[in-house]
Design a protein around this ligand. Sequence first.
Ligand SMILES: [Cu+2]
Length: 167
Amino acid sequence: MKTSLLLPFFVALALLAGCSKPADTAASGNSTAAAPAATTGPRTINIEANDTMKYSVTSIEAKPGEEIKVVLTNVGVVPKEAMGHNFVLLKKGSDPLAFATAGAAAKDTGYVPASLKDQVLAHIEQLGPKQSGEVTFTAPTEPGEYPYLCTFPGHFQVGMKGILTVK
Ligand SMILES: [Cu+2]
C-alpha cells in the first residue's frame, strides 16, 4: 500500500527533472542566437575612382539610421596633385556645385572648404593612385536624397558625383 502511494511521487519528480533540461537547452540556445547580432557591422559600399573622373557607384540606397561604411579606392595612375579623388557626403538640400566651387580654392584642406564644413555628413580624404580610404557613418534618419561628390577642382563638373537615397 505504501509503495503504490509513493510511486506517483517519484513519477512527478522524474517529470520535473525532465522538464528542467529542455529549459536549460533553450537558455543556451538564446545566447548562441544573440552572438551573430553583436558582430553585425556596418554595410560596406566599395567605390572605385579612376583617371576618367567617375565614381564606379553613383547611387547608394540606405535605410534611415543604417550604419554604412564607404571604401573609396583610386585605381588610376595619374599623380595625386593632378588627379586626386575624395568622397564628400553632404546634407540634404546642400548645393554640391557651390560646395565644389568653394572647395576648388581650398587646397590646404583637401579641397573641402572650411566655410561650408557644416554641410558635410561624411568625408574621405584626397587619395592618390592606388590609395584607399574609408569612412563609417550613420545614414540620416530623414528620408531624402543626399549628394556626394569629389571636390578635386573640376571633377564634380565632369560628373564625379552620386546620390545617397535614404528611404
Ligand atoms: Cu576626383
